[in-house]
Structures are given as C-alpha cells and as structure tokens.
Design a binder for this molecule. Structure first.
Ligand code: GLU
Length: 301
C-alpha cells in the first residue's frame, strides 16, 4: 500500500560519501521504505565554488553500490536557479526580504554572537538598495517563536529575531543561500518527510519560517544524531574523512544500522537487496528518541 510519504537524501557534492552521510542516507531511505513511501535523490550543487570535482558522480555510484534506489530522475539544485530567484523576488515584493550591503567585517564589529554565527543587527533594514552592485538579500525576522515538532528530538524552537537575526537568502556573490534553496526544493519535490543529520537542526526554524512566508507546507522533520570523530567533531566530506568503500557495502551498512540503534536484522543477509528487505521491515525511528518500547507497533509515526 502506498502512503503519503516522500522523503529525500540531499548530499552536497563536496567530497566522497563518508560514514556520516551514509548514516543519514540509511535513516532516510529506511524510513521511506518502512512507510512504503517515495524516496528522491537531490544533489545540492548550488554552491559551485565548494563543489569537488567528480564528487556528484562518485556519490551517485556509491549510493547505487549500497543498494539505494531513488524514484524518478536525480534532482540538481544547479538546474533550479530560476525557481530560487522567483521565490526571492516574491519575498522582496512582499517586503519580507531586503537588500543588504554590510560586509562580514562590518557586521562583526557591532553584532552579538547568536545560536549560529552573528546576529545581524538590522543595519540595512531601511536601505532602499539604490546603487547596490553586490548586495545580499536578507529575510526579515520577527520575535515570534518559530517552533516545529521533530520525530526524534521532540520540538525545535527559536526566536529568530533574537537568536539568529535577519538571515541571508541570496548571497552577495550571486548564489542562492542554502536556507532558501532547500525550502524551494522540498516544496517543488512535494517532500513530506525530512530525515537528516542533527547539524541541520538549528537551520530548521529558518526553513520553517520561509515555508510559512512562502505559503508552502512544512514537512515532518527528524534529526538523527551526528557521527563524530575521536575529537568529538562532526566528520565531514571536505576533510576526506571516513569514506565508505563501494566494493564492500554490507559491513558499512550494518555499522550504520548499529549507529542508528536499530534492532538486529533477521534472515540471511547475503547482499544489499537482502539488507534493505529486512531493514525496511525492521526500521523503527523511535529507538533514536530512546523509546524502543514503542517499536513493537510497526506503524510508528
Ligand atoms: N545538502 C545538505 C548537506 O549535505 C543537506 C540538506 C538537507 O538535508 O536539508 O548538508
């Protein structure tokens, strides 16, 4: 039976697929398959300067070797620039976003540290943008709490004006900011369920705020624990750390499954297809919020 579920995995092509991204991919694919849902692959390649050569191709080949199967064609952020510009114009037209010419250095002089980076002090809020060559576009925030449920962490809330400040949706170098691109993408792809790493938890209120201003639905969110290195830092593709070996998918899949605190898989697992057949049945997201007892019912939310 098909349910109203569309999930996605959205790697940035900044290096090889590493164990941390594999864990995110496993969680989102298993959750989608457990719910008989669709699952899409989107390559977040809008930020061309950060792109590593050959990374998209290598990530796609590795995902295939690991038995991931996505519905429809691969989506590419680089092909959606017009859609992002339309959303930016709409927000500007409604007075919800404004041009900003402050440099990072100017902001650092006066701003206070916030939840993530400096809190923009609103210097350009009243500037009309006249004569701007290279301006960024910032989203006007309000001091109303933006709050959204999360299937693992419970609830994510932020007072955006106080904790984050007016944030950039279009960068001065002409690139759409991640926060806006991801919101437009998830809308265009009808994404109903986002399962991703906890490093994006703090971005979620900004994304929900944008969805509400643009009149888009908000997906169900689940933020999974991050894989950290021995120093306690998030492992990242750019460091080239912990790449996974496409020639030996099963050990890494089992390790990701264990990291996600899932119940052991049953039946002989000879290849990746056996792994996913069993994983789709066994997956239970509740173990990640310490509620394994709620897994008896396979129809978990
Ligand atoms: N492309 C983002 C990343 O690799 C993930 C985007 C998302 O899942 O919302 O960190």
């Amino acid at each position: 039976m098909r349910t109203e579920y569309t999930g996605r995995f959205a790697p940035s092509p900044t290096g090889e697929l590493h164990f941390g991204s594999l864990v995110a991919a496993v969680a989102s694919f298993a959750d989608a398959k457990h719910h008989n849902g669709n699952w899409l692959l989107r390559i977040d390649d809008i930020d061309q300067p950060r792109k590593a050569d050959g990374s998209s191709e290598s990530i796609i080949a590795t995902l295939k070797a690991f038995g991931f199967e996505w519905d429809g064609p691969t989506r590419w952020q680089s092909q959606r620039e017009l859609k992002y510009l339309e959303a930016t114009s709409l927000l500007r037209g409604r007075g919800l976003a404004y041009p900003c010419r402050c440099s990072r250095r100017q902001i650092e002089k006066t701003a206070q540290a916030g939840t993530e980076g400096m809190i923009y002090p609103g210097t350009c809020r009243r500037w009309d943008g006249a004569g701007a060559q290279q301006a960024s576009i910032r989203m006007r925030t309000t001091s109303v709490e933006t709050s959204v449920p999360d299937r693992i962490v419970g609830r994510i809330s932020q007072n955006l004006e106080e904790q984050v400040g007016d944030f950039v949706i279009f960068r001065a170098d002409g690139i759409t900011a991640y926060q806006l691109a991801v919101v437009v993408d998830d809308f265009l792809d009808n994404i109903t369920h986002v399962v991703r790493g906890a490093d994006l938890e703090l971005s979620t209120p900004r994304q929900v705020y944008l969805q509400r201003r643009l009149g888009y639905p908000t997906p169900h969110y689940a933020h999974i624990p991050l894989v950290r290195d021995h120093k306690g830092e998030k492992i990242s593709k750019r460091d080239g750390a912990y790449p996974v070996d496409p020639a030996r998918p099963l050990p890494a899949l089992h390790a990701a499954w264990g990291f996600l605190r899932q119940r052991p898989l049953t039946g002989p697992i000879a290849d990746v297809d056996d792994f996913w057949d069993s994983a789709a049945k066994t997956w239970c997201i509740n173990t990640l919020r310490g509620a394994a007892a709620d897994c008896a019912d396979v129809n978990d939310s």
